[in-house]
Ligand binder design. Structure first.
Ligand code: NAD
Length: 349
């Protein structure tokens, strides 16, 4: 396998791995490892070229640095991208080669699932390296979606407290865009805690289920952000808050599970200027990576997960308080708090 180091200022280590026999062409990046080894998923995508893959892995690995720091787990930021079509190019040989690539980091990078990657894929990679997480037996770690939903529910509660002065979710209306693995569980949790529900999804079976089971009002996906509700919870794809949608948002809170909810960074300030409280996505949806982190540390338990998930609400409350005190957008405050966690750890080292 050819290992091509890529020097990028601000990143601890980036390397490209090209293995002709298996067809592997991957880039692994460790952004910051002050708090611990880089930890973040691997993604398979048919990138247009190596530069596009490098841009993505840099952006994602830096994001993991912030997410892990505010998630309170002793891991830095890392990510892997594999340049391939997840539908046609995944083979056992490719996963074994990927495992060998991870092994060259000697524990400086732990991988897990991300888009285009399954638990079965990672099991094969794990034949070649110990630094794979998210393949735990059922009930211990494993599928993170229920944890992510639980963390979001706590985040919605913290947001409602800060913006609406509500002690709980009774009578709070929540519009969930995307009722898949996370969104449907979030729907159950908020409904069971007294919220009124609006849902939207391209999957008609899912919306029929939510209507029947949770009494949800159903709207078209393109209309969901305009729903006259207290909370808009994007739980489908990224970019739900963009120049086209922001003007239509009636909710006072944006708090959902989707990654990269702000299509462009200026949406952070734009939400603030409209009086909309934004729960930064990487903080509210961190329970999945927290589960992976505990699994790596060997300290996963249901009780520990619940305690950690409750802290997501507390972290968001601190972000909201500081954003209000400093009159700054919440996303900006979250980034700064993550940098402070890392700076404090550096000083203490
Ligand atoms: P999922 O695929 O199970 O659910 C996504 C849902 O969105 C599906 O029901 C799908 O039909 C719907 N959808 C897709 N495109 C849509 C559109 N244009 N309009 C309306 N609905 C649409 O995924 P998930 O695991 O529930 O994850 C949801 C989001 O949360 C993603 O952005 C994911 O990156 C993020 N996230 C998930 C986890 C996790 O633990 N699963 C952790 C962190 C972040």
């Amino acid at each position: 396998m050819e290992i091509i180091p890529i020097e990028v200022e601000g990143w601890r280590r980036i390397a490209r791995f090209v293995d002709e026999p298996s067809g592997l062409d991957a880039i692994i990046a460790v952004h910051d490892d002050t708090l611990g080894p880089g930890c973040g998923g691997a993604r398979v995508r048919p990138y247009a070229d190596v530069d596009a893959a490098l841009d993505d892995v840099k952006r994602l690995s830096r994001g993991m640095t912030y997410k892990n720091a505010l998630g309170g787990i002793p891991f830095g930021g890392g990510k892997a991208v594999i340049i391939a079509d997840p539908k046609t190019d995944k083979t056992p040989a490719l996963w074994r080669a990927f495992g060998r690539a991870i092994e060259t980091f000697g524990g400086q990078y732990y991988t897990a699932e991300d888009s285009g990657v399954t638990e079965d894929d990672l099991r094969i990679a794990a034949e070649e390296t110990a630094y794979v997480a998210g393949v735990a037996e059922k009930g211990r770690g494993g599928n993170p979606s229920p944890f992510t939903a639980h963390g979001c529910w706590r985040g919605v509660e913290a947001s409602a407290r800060a913006r609406l002065g509500k002690a709980d979710l009774s009578g709070v209306s929540v519009a969930i865009l995307g009722i898949g693995a996370v969104g449907m569980e979030l729907a159950r949790l908020v409904r069971e805690n007294g919220a009124e529900l609006v849902v939207a999804d391209v999957n008609e079976e899912a919306v029929a289920f939510a209507k029947e089971t949770y009494g949800a009002e159903v709207v078209a996906p393109a209309e969901c952000h305009k729903a006259d509700v207290d909370v808009f919870a994007p739980c489908a794809l990224g970019g739900a808050i963009n120049h086209d949608t922001i003007g239509g948002v009636k909710a006072k809170i944006v708090a959902g599970a989707a990654n990269n909810q702000l299509y462009t960074p200026d949406m952070d300030l734009a939400l603030k200027e409209r009086g909309i409280l934004y729960a930064p996505d990487y903080v509210i949806n961190a329970a999945g990576v927290i589960s992976v982190g505990l699994e790596i540390l060997g300290s996963w338990s249901a009780d520990e997960m619940t305690a950690r998930i409750d802290r997501i609400g507390e972290t968001l409350s601190r972000i909201f308080e500081r954003a209000a005190a400093e009159d700054r957008p919440t996303g900006e405050i979250a980034d700064q708090m993550a940098r402070e966690v890392i700076a404090d750890a550096r000083k203490a080292a």
